[in-house]
Design a protein around this ligand. Structure first.
Ligand SMILES: *Cc1c(COP(=O)(O)O)cnc(C)c1O
Length: 641
């Protein structure tokens, strides 16, 4: 069968947008422009201002900061908060809902001061509040949230100190809700409230029987470790009745888990919660607030499916389904509509951060050329490989593949038994790679590719070494195989040539990215461009604003990256609004309890000893101490001179 030759068409930036899926996951914030650069549109709309990402990178470098950098685009955060409120407002209006909507940001999703501050700032006109799950988070929240109309939701296990903090926040006029997670908390809250002299606002965290699919589903459902079962709820109600405090019970809360990709799970959760809500109202509790927790998912792969890295609904559907379900269930019992609260973390902050890094080196799969003359060996392994190479054709593709695997194994055996040398084995390896490349090229022209051969492309990939640490900056890639969209930020007008995986600079074999979002099934490799002499190649990992910063760790002692927040102005100019220098080597060593002064002392002593023993000259000592000093002050990542 003659393979039909496809007419070669010229590669355009549009092809790149499609290849990397920018138009699928970019949500209007990211696109590829006609020059082949990634551009940012902070309003998420075509008409608004836009900024070239490579130009922002140049601005960062010109200001003296090195890669890797975590870039935050503050207006995207603003747009996400605005959109959430606008969409709920639209649903409430169109469905004639009688309550209102209040959002809160769960601090655990990104606790960085700059992030929480920015949320309070952009959220203030929507009375967007905060959710805290621990004492440090609560103190941070109280110190940042000045808005007395916004909600401050206290989840998590609460000791006396936690409760006192919340009660004093209540005293100062903040809308602080204590969500009771375990039966024992109630007594302590009531006792402290009586002593401090405030009326606490109480909520109940319920266990749902509804359970969502996904990586994080364990936080919802019957088996969840969080929340109260029905019997515990009723005992709390009775206790409050007895104390004449049912007016303090103001909120019902649940959290199904994060990244709920199926809208049906969201709807099932709301329905179940509404039934309990109306029962609590019947019991005489004041209520007034229904808090649905987090779970609003991010479409990381742009597939719009109920895959774990996606969601099968739009924000419109999410808001309309929630509002409609609550109204439908509660109207049957004529229960007044509550204020709806959601605790969207991931969806609020994911879009606004991008991890940027340069590529340091490439380990290519492309083998060395086949020598003109093969060395004489005692067996015909190399000749056999060479004739297999020559035989590769559409007709013999599977046969050649089988043979080449056989010869590769034979080469390993012969080497093990001392029958071929390391040089001969090296040539065998090169021949093997040439054959696989030729098989792959041949397969590309076929209509029907045998199953085994469809998979070989993944094995032919290059390794691109990126200047970053997966463990520090993308912990979920390592821990739970999370997919993040990745894309070169420039050169998108050139066709990328090589399939690749990305390795970081930790020397851990898990420090790699080898799963990439795709329109249907995730891919093992990503197509990347050849490196050019004297020109940096930059990649961006997008949608990394949620959960990655604090979960990251110091594996191999790579520290926090530099962080830059920009604000894009209406005229398309931009400015640096917040900056945070990444950890220096000295910072990191002190995190693991080294005393940096003592390190310097020891190096001085060792240098002195080296003079004494004749290893170095006196004047070498000065150079050595200077180099160590600079090393301690430097960035933990790879620095170009
Ligand atoms: C983690 C968490 C959230 C955030 O969930 P997202 O899916 O990120 O929106 C909200 N509420 C509670 C109680 C949580 O534990």
């Amino acid at each position: 069968m003659a393979a039909t030759q496809k007419k070669p068409t010229k590669w355009t930036p549009k092809d790149a947008a499609h290849l990397y899926g920018v138009d699928r996951w970019g949500a209007g914030y990211f696109a590829v422009d006609e020059n082949g650069d990634i551009v940012i549109s902070p309003s998420g709309k075509k008409e608004g201002p836009r900024v070239s990402l490579p130009k922002v990178v140049k601005g960062i470098l010109d200001r003296g900061m090195d890669m890797p950098v975590l870039l935050r685009i503050e207006n995207i955060l603003g747009s996400q908060i605005k959109m959430l409120h606008a969409t709920f407002a639209k649903a409430i209006k169109e469905l004639n809902y009688n309550g209102s909507y209040k959002g809160v940001f769960p601090i655990k999703v990104n606790q960085q001061e700059q992030v929480v501050e920015a949320i309070a700032e952009f959220g203030s006109k929507f009375d967007h509040g905060l959710e805290a799950g621990s004492k440090p988070e609560l103190i941070a929240a109280i110190s940042i949230l000045e808005n007395r109309n916004a909600c401050l939701i206290c989840n998590g296990y609460k000791d006396e100190e936690f409760i006192d903090l919340g009660l004093y926040a209540t005293k100062m006029g903040l809308q602080c809700f204590f969500v009771i997670e375990t039966p024992g908390e109630l007594d302590l809250i009531l006792a402290r409230a009586a002593i401090i002299g405030v009326r606490p606002k109480l909520g109940l965290r319920m266990k749902l029987t509804a359970k969502a699919e996904g990586k994080w589903s364990a936080s919802g459902g019957d088996s969840s470790v969080f929340g109260l079962n029905m019997s515990q709820i009723i005992h709390i109600v009775d206790r409050l009745k007895k104390e004449n405090k049912l007016d303090c019970l103001n909120l019902l809360h649940y959290h199904l888990g994060s990244q709920i990709s199926n809208i049906r799970d969201i709807r099932a959760g709301v329905m179940e919660a509404c039934r309990i809500y109306e029962e609590l109202v019947k019991e005489g509790a004041a209520m007034g607030h229904l808090d649905l927790g987090g779970g609003l998912a991010v479409d990381y792969d742009g597939s719009r499916t109920n895959e774990p890295s996606s969601r099968n609904y739009s924000l419109d559907e999410y808001c309309f389904d929630i509002v409609e379900t609550i109204a439908t269930v509660l109207d049957k019992s004529k229960t007044p509509h509550p204020t709806i609260i959601t605790e969207s973390g991931r969806a609020t902050v994911a879009y606004y951060s991008i991890l940027l890094f340069n590529v340091l080196d490439v380990s290519s799969y492309i083998p060395h050329p086949i020598p003109k003359e093969l060395p004489k060996t005692s067996n015909d392994l190399l000749e056999n490989l060479l004739s297999t190479y020559k035989m590769v054709s559409p007709k013999h593709i599977q046969e050649c593949y089988n043979d080449t695997l056989f010869y590769r194994d034979q080469a390993r055996q012969l080497f093990k038994h001392g029958q071929i040398s390391i040089r001969e084995r090296a040539i065998a390896e090169d021949l093997f790679r040439h054959i696989l490349l030729k098989i792959s090229e041949t397969a590309a022209k076929l209509k029907h590719v045998p199953r085994e051969i469809q998979q070989i492309n993944d094995a032919l990939s290059d390794v691109y070494y990126g200047n970053f640490s997966v463990f520090q900056s993308l912990p979920d890639v390592w821990a739970i195989n999370q997919l993040f969209p990745i894309c070169p930020i420039h050169r998108l007008d050139e066709e990328p040539s090589r399939p690749a995986i990305i390795a970081d600079i930790t020397c851990d074999s898990d420090g790699k990215i080898d799963l990439f979002p795709n329109a249907d099934k995730a891919k093992r490799t990503i197509k990347l461009h050849d490196l050019k002499e004297n020109e940096e190649y930059y990649l961006g990992v997008f949608l990394v604003g949620a959960y990655q910063e604090t979960l990251g760790d110091l594996h191999n002692l790579f520290g926090d990256t530099n962080v830059v927040s920009i604000h894009i102005n209406d005229d398309g100019s931009y400015e640096f609004v917040r900056e945070l220098e990444g950890d220096s080597v000295a910072d990191i060593l002190s995190y693991v309890e080294y005393d940096v002064k003592a390190i310097k002392q020891r190096i001085k002593r060792f240098a002195e000893d080296s003079i004494h023993k004749g290893f170095i000259k006196v004047k070498d000592r000065k150079t050595i101490l200077r180099i160590f000093d600079e090393g301690l002050r430097g960035y933990s990542y790879f620095e170009r001179e």
